[in-house]
Design a protein around this ligand. Structure first.
Ligand code: NAD
Length: 512
C-alpha cells in the first residue's frame, strides 16, 4: 500500500495488483470527528449496557452472514492464507463479541464492596463510568481483530469510538467501517478515519479521552509522549520477541510442530510468534532434525490449501533480510531456508531456521516480524530462564516439558504478559484471560473483565444515610486525641479489645 493524491491504494502482496482505492480522511476533519463523537457519547453512554450489547449482537450476526466475504477481504489485503484469516482473525473477533455479550452486563455492573468497621453505618460501591471518546489505532497483521476487539470493548462500556486502521490494509479498514454501519450503530458512535501515520498523528493530537494503540514500540513511544502532554490515558499493545523453551523430557514431535507453527504462521508477522527457540542441549541435534522435517512439509501459496502466504508489508522484508544477513555474516548457519540473495522476487519469504547464533545478535534481540527462527541450546533450567528473559520484550512465551512442576516453576519466572505450557500463542484465543505485555511489549491489558473496565473510570462511591448530625473525625477535636488513641490501639492490636473499642467510639460520638 502507498498513498497518492489522498487516496490509499490497496496492492495485493501476493499478485502485486491494485485491489482498490480508499479515500483518505483529510486532516482538517479531525475536529469534526471528535465533535461528532462527543455528541454521540451523550446518548450512547446513557443507554443501559444490555441495549448497547444488542448492537454488538447485530454486528456478530452480520459478520457471520458475511464471513466468507470478510475472510477474502483480509486474505487479499494482507497476503495471508484464507484459513488464517478465518481461524486467527475472524474467529477471535466473533468470540470476543460473544464473550462480551454474555458477560458484559455483569462486568460493568455497580459492585457492592464490604465497608470496614471504622466506617460503620455506610455503604460502599464501585461504579464503572465510560471515559468518553476512545481513539483506537490498529496495525495490519491481524487487521480485523486488533481493531474490532478494542472497539467493541470500548463501545460496550459506553464509550464512542474513532478507529484509525492501518494504511497497509485499507480494504479491511473500509470493511470494518461497513460492518458497523450495517449493524446499525447510531450515527457518530463509531467513525473510521482512513490514512497513514500523518492521519494517526493528527487524531492522537486531537481530543481523545483514551487512546488504545496496537503497533510497533517505536510508534507506541511517540503516542505515549503526545498523550502525556494532556495526561490522556493509554493502552499500548506493542511488539514481542517471544521465547519457546523445550526441555529434553518434552513430547519433542509435538514441540517441533508447535514451534514451526508458532514461528511461521502468518509468515511470522505475529506479535506473539515464536522468535527465539531454546532447546535443552541433550536433544538439540535431534530437535533440529524434527524442525527441518516439519518445515519441509509446508506449502507456500495463496489458496485454500496453502500453509504460508506472503509477507504483507514490503518494509518488513528488509528488516528480516538485515537480521538474517547479520547473523550469517557473524557465523550463524541455516537449518532451513536460503541466504537472502537467493530469495525469490516478490513477497514470499522461505521459512528460515538458524543455528549457531550468539545472544547479542539482532536476530535474538530485535523483533523480526517475519519467518525467521533462531535456535539456541541450553544446559540448565536456570540458564533457559535467564536467556528467555534477556530481551527488552515480554509479550508471550512457552515452556515444553512433561514435568508439570518444572513447567509451572519456569512459567512463573518468565517476565512475560502470558505463558503457555506445551502449546503456543493460544492464551490470546481465550477472551476470559488478560492480554498485554511486560517491559517494552506494552502497557495495560485488555480482554477479560479488565478489558471492559480499562475503558471506564473506576469510581468509588460511599453512601451515608445522612441522619447523624456529625462524624467522629470532624471538628471539634477538643478532647478527642486520647479517645482516638485508645480506639485505634484496641482496634489494631493483634487481639482486638471490643469493649474498649465500643466505649471509645461512644465517647467520641458524644463529643460531637
Ligand atoms: P506501526 O506502529 O507502524 O503502525 C501501527 C498503526 O499506527 C498504524 O495504523 C499506523 O498508521 C499508525 N501510526 C504510525 N505512526 C503513527 C504516529 N506517529 N501517530 C499515530 N499513529 C501512527 O505498526 P505496524 O507495522 O502496523 O504493526 C506491526 C507492529 O505491531 C509489530 O511491532 C507488532 O509486534 C505489533 N503488534 C502488537 C500486537 C499486540 O497486541 N501486542 C499485535 C499486533 C501487532
Amino acid at each position: 500500500m502507498h498513498s497518492a493524491h489522498e487516496r490509499l491504494q490497496a496492492i495485493s502482496p501476493s499478485t502485486g495488483k491494485l485491489l482498490g482505492e480508499i479515500d483518505e480522511t483529510p486532516i482538517q476533519h479531525v475536529d469534526v470527528f471528535y465533535e461528532k463523537s462527543k455528541m454521540a457519547f451523550n446518548q450512547w453512554s446513557e443507554l443501559p449496557v444490555s441495549q448497547r450489547l444488542e448492537y454488538l449482537k447485530k454486528l456478530k450476526e452480520y459478520m457471520v452472514e458475511n464471513i466468507e466475504v470478510i475472510a477474502k477481504t483480509i486474505a487479499d489485503d494482507t497476503g495471508k492464507v484464507l484459513t488464517e484469516a478465518l481461524v486467527a482473525d475472524i474467529m477471535p473477533t466473533l468470540d470476543a463479541i460473544q464473550h462480551i455479550c454474555q458477560h458484559g452486563t455483569k462486568m460493568l455492573k455497580r459492585e457492592k464492596i464490604k465497608t470496614p468497621l471504622l466506617l460503620i453505618g455506610k455503604k460502599s460501591f464501585v461504579e464503572y463510568m465510560p471515559r468518553g471518546v476512545v481513539l483506537v489505532i490498529s496495525p495490519w497483521n491481524y487487521p480485523l481483530q486488533l481493531a474490532v476487539v478494542p472497539m467493541i470493548s470500548a463501545l460496550a462500556a459506553g464509550n464512542t469510538v474513532i478507529l484509525k486502521p492501518s494504511e497497509v490494509t485499507p480494504l479491511v479498514g473500509k470493511c470494518i467501517e461497513e460492518l458497523f454501519i450495517s449493524a446499525g450503530f447510531p450515527d457518530g458512535v463509531v467513525q473510521v478515519a482512513h490514512g497513514g501515520k500523518e492521519v494517526g498523528a493528527a487524531f492522537t493530537n486531537g481530543s481523545p479521552d483514551y487512546i488504545f494503540f496496537t503497533g510497533s514500540v517505536r510508534t507506541g513511544k511517540i503516542i505515549q509522549e503526545v498523550a502525556a502532554k494532556n495526561l490522556v490515558p493509554t493502552t499500548l499493545e506493542l511488539g514481542g520477541k517471544d521465547p519457546l523453551i523445550v526441555f529434553a523430557d518434552a513430547n519433542l514431535e509435538r514441540a517441533a510442530k508447535g514451534a514451526v507453527w508458532a514461528a511461521f504462521t502468518n509468515s511470522g508477522q505475529v506479535c506473539m510468534s515464536a522468535e527465539r527457540l531454546y532447546v535443552e542441549k541433550s536433544v538439540y541435534p535431534r530437535f533440529l532434525e524434527l524442525l527441518k522435517k516439519e518445515v519441509d512439509k509446508l506449502v507456500q501459496g495463496n489458496d485454500e490449501n496453502s500453509d504460508i502466504g506472503t509477507m504483507t508489508f514490503p518494509a518488513q522484508v528488509e528488516i528480516v533480510k538485515k537480521q538474517l544477513d547479520e547473523a550469517l555474516s557473524r557465523g550463524a548457519e541455516l537449518v532451513t531456508g536460503v541466504p537472502s540473495h537467493l530469495w525469490q522476487k516478490g513477497m514470499y519469504l522461505p521459512p528460515t531456521i538458524v543455528k549457531n547464533v550468539t545472544h547479542d545478535m539482532k536476530i535474538i534481540q530485535e523483533e523480526a516480524f517475519g519467518p525467521l527462527l533462531p535456535v539456541v541450546p541450553f544446559e540448565t533450567e536456570e540458564q533457559a530462564i535467564t536467556l528467555a528473559n534477556d530481551t527488552v520484550y515480554g509479550l508471550n512465551a512457552s515452556v515444553w516439558t512433561h514435568d508439570r512442576a518444572k513447567a509451572r516453576r519456569v512459567a512463573s519466572r518468565l517476565v512475560s504478559g502470558a505463558v503457555v505450557i506445551n502449546d503456543v500463542i493460544v492464551t490470546v484465543a481465550h477472551h476470559g484471560l488478560p492480554f498485554g505485555g511486560t517491559k517494552q511489549s506494552g502497557i495495560g491489558r485488555y480482554h477479560g473483565s479488565g478489558g471492559l473496565r480499562t475503558f471506564c473510570h473506576e469510581k468509588a462511591i460511599m453512601e451515608d444515610s445522612g441522619r447523624r448530625k456529625s462524624e467522629i473525625q470532624w471538628y471539634p477535636y477538643k478532647g478527642k486525641y486520647p479517645l482516638f488513641l485508645n480506639l485505634f490501639k484496641s482496634y489494631f492490636q493483634s487481639k482486638r479489645n471490643w469493649s474498649t473499642f465500643a466505649r471509645m467510639y461512644i465517647k467520641l460520638l458524644k463529643r460531637n
